[in-house]
Design a protein around this ligand. Structure first.
Ligand code: SF4
Length: 282
């Protein structure tokens, strides 16, 4: 039962793509939030450019496409204009860890109140398989018939360094855990980022490796920054290493729209400012 949350748009994702798991996890979290009293119309989805971004067509909620790599900055504008909205930002690894990396890190640094879901299939799927910042070193893609030869960077380590107040890792084959992580991220006050290991069935299917490597740490304290640093370094986005799933780090911190003096005005004041601006241009 989708309660009208899945649209009738023709779905062009490949069979077996992890995007389906993310789409349905978001759908179930929205239904849960609705049942708890959050109106659907207060939830806004911003998508980047890539296979993942078609989710904006497939989920029946308020949504926008942003330019490639600019989804987080676009979403920041929405958060600042109306802090009462719940903003989800769906981005790809090529989209946000390459083009958009500065926007991602600065939104984390500022603790802008949004939830970023990185559909991290570790390849540019829409354009048929080029290397992204988290592609494995030995990956052969259309743009690199021999190994890429580049080390992957570790996005969770970068986010920790940037001051991100909520960091988690999910996996598209672990649907129930993924839903809990998205719900926890959306319930967090401030910037939350979930790196989702997503299966790309067509260009980089890592199901077998991930199934062997993922685990949920038994005694990890997400409020312990040093423990979070150690945990994210267990897996450096090369093929070896245990891959911890779950909430890696979570800390309470003032959000940007509360902590910044020029943002402390009431939303109603902003609304009348925007109205005067629009009227002045008529
Ligand atoms: S190319 Fe990969 S990421 Fe894109 S729709 Fe197909 S399986 Fe999914």
């Amino acid at each position: 039962m989708t309660h009208g949350l899945i649209t009738d748009a023709q779905n062009t994702w490949c069979q077996g793509c992890g995007n389906f798991a993310i789409e349905h996890a978001i759908k179930d979290v929205i239904l849960r939030l609705e049942a708890e009293g959050t109106p659907r119309e207060t939830i806004v989805l911003v998508a980047g450019i890539g296979c993942h971004a078609k989710i904006a067509d497939y989920l029946n909620i308020n949504s926008f496409y942003a330019l490639h790599g600019r989804a987080v900055s676009f979403a920041t504008g929405i958060c600042m204009a109306n802090p009462d909205l719940h903003v989800i930002c769906c981005v790809g690894d090529g989209d946000t860890y390459a083009e958009g990396i500065a926007h991602l890190l600065f939104a984390a640094k500022r603790n802008v109140n949004m939830t970023v879901l990185v559909h991290n299939n570790r390849v540019y799927g829409l354009t048929k398989g080029q290397v992204t910042p988290t592609s494995p070193m030995e990956y052969h893609g259309k743009s690199n018939p021999s190994e890429s030869g580049e080390i992957s960077f570790n996005p969770l380590e970068l986010l920790l360094s940037a001051g991100c107040s909520f960091i988690a890792r999910g996996y598209t084959q672990h649907q129930d855990e993924l839903k809990e992580l998205i719900y926890a991220g959306m319930s967090h006050s401030g910037f939350s980022c979930i790196d989702i290991l997503q299966i790309c069935a067509s260009f980089l299917d890592k199901t077998e490796e991930y199934d062997e490597q993922v685990y949920v740490p038994a005694n990890h304290d997400p409020e312990d920054f040093d423990a979070a640093c150690r945990l994210v370094r267990e897996y450096m986005y090369a093929d070896s290493g245990k891959i911890a799933l779950g909430i890696v780090y979570r800390v309470g911190r003032e959000t940007f729209h509360v902590g910044t003096p020029h943002q402390q005005q009431e939303y109603s004041g902003k609304e009348s400012f925007v109205r005067r601006f629009i009227d002045g241009r008529r």
